[in-house]
Ligand binder design. Structure first.
Ligand SMILES: [Zn+2]
Length: 375
């Protein structure tokens, strides 16, 4: 029995049995130490102004599941010959947010395969928006599949999909290869929307196969700068000068914009072009949601803007005019913020931190600030 006990316990027991006090080790002076940081090893390459060598990424998103608020993403990422590893990033420093807001929290059911077989991958323990993949010999393409889940109620976050409309922001639900200026990464996008819905975006070359929409190949920077509004109740107006008003609404009657109101919107576009002295876009798309169900948004892009207004904004024009200020605000950002941007706010990818020292130039009016409305 005693033989089975650890030596110290056996010693104490034997001493206790003999009536002698146990002999404990004498205290010795141990020099005190403070914890020291473990060095962080850099594992992700900085962006370089060179093309992604694998070729064009094929991106396909099924955005038809309005019951679950799910965006099902499939990305086919071609690989350079001989590639044995790949690091994919979810955008962290998102344009228009001026802060590291991009989060992987809403990405579910991640899988990465090569030729149908799962590949080993791990999240980076330091840069948590990075996924490191170990590739088998001879790999030519990685297929990434995952689900991005829109909150279904406000307490969960910004609602991006309702029963009547959706707001697809590519940076929330697509991965891109690390190490390249995002303008040097080519992408061919397509999205399946619910049957009968209309989609609006600044992306060029739209084609449709049923409710699966595709656009011309573009670069990842332009893609991220070209979100989609889509809805079952949708309408589009030509405002002249290449500017279009595209609206989706909770109910069809909310789209009854009186014709005479279009004149003021047309004038807004003309006055902006005169004020800035340049027409720095080939076309510009106002994306407007008339809704109290979709989450709030006021976000600028070079050739479009995301705008949420009160549901009755178009049919109660004067009572709700304060709420429409978001349109000229975001249009002005097409020049101030996109065409021209404080140098340190421009970054080559969405991993390099933005420096906001000139944000006061970019967002001069705090009452109308996108920083407040878009988060
Ligand atoms: Zn703004």
């Amino acid at each position: 029995m005693l033989k089975a006990l650890p030596l110290l316990a056996a010693l104490i027991l034997s001493q206790a049995a003999s009536g002698a006090p146990p002999r404990l080790p004498k205290p010795v002076a141990v020099p005190r130490s403070a914890p020291m940081a473990v060095p962080i090893v850099q594992t992700i390459p900085d962006a370089a102004d060179v093309p992604y060598p694998g070729g064009t990424i094929t991106l396909d998103i099924d955005a038809s599941d309005t019951a679950r608020g799910a965006f099902r993403v499939t990305e086919a990422i071609p690989l350079a010959a001989g590639a044995r590893e790949l690091t994919l990033l979810l955008p962290r420093w998102q344009p228009g947010h001026h802060a590291p807001r991009g989060s992987t929290a809403a990405l579910l059911a991640m899988s990465f395969t090569v030729a149908g077989k799962a590949v080993d991958w791990r999240r980076d323990p330091v840069e948590v928006n990075a996924y490191h993949l170990a590739l088998p010999q001879g790999a030519r393409e990685v297929v990434a599949k995952f689900v991005y889940t829109s909150p279904l109620q406000n307490s969960e976050g910004r609602i991006e999909m309702t029963q009547e409309m959706l707001n697809l922001q590519w940076e929330q639900m697509t991965l891109y290869p690390a190490g390249h200026y995002v303008r040097r990464i080519r992408v061919k996008p397509s999205v399946t929307v619910p049957q009968g819905w209309t989609a609006f975006t600044a992306l060029d070359g739209q084609s449709a196969n049923g409710n699966r929409l595709a656009w011309a190949e573009t670069d990842y920077e332009t893609l991220v700068d070209s979100p989609i509004f889509a809805g079952i109740y949708a309408r589009r107006w030509d405002l002249g000068n290449g500017i279009n008003l595209n609206a989706v609404a909770d109910k069809p009657e909310l789209l009854a914009l009186p014709l005479e109101r279009l004149a003021s919107l047309r004038a807004m576009g003309e006055e902006a072009l005169v004020a800035f002295g340049s027409r720095h876009f080939d076309h510009y798309e106002f994306l407007v949601a008339l809704s109290d169900r979709l989450g709030d948004i006021g976000k600028e892009h070079h050739r479009s803007s995301e705008n949420l207004v009160e549901p009755r904004n178009f049919i109660e024009w004067e009572r709700l005019d304060w709420d429409r200020n978001v349109l000229p605000h975001e249009l002005s950002h097409s020049w101030d913020g996109k065409f021209r941007r404080p140098a340190k706010l421009w970054t080559p990818d969405y991993r390099q931190p933005m420096q906001d020292n000139l944000l006061w130039v970019y967002e001069p009016d705090p009452k109308l600030s996108c920083v407040v409305s878009a988060g």
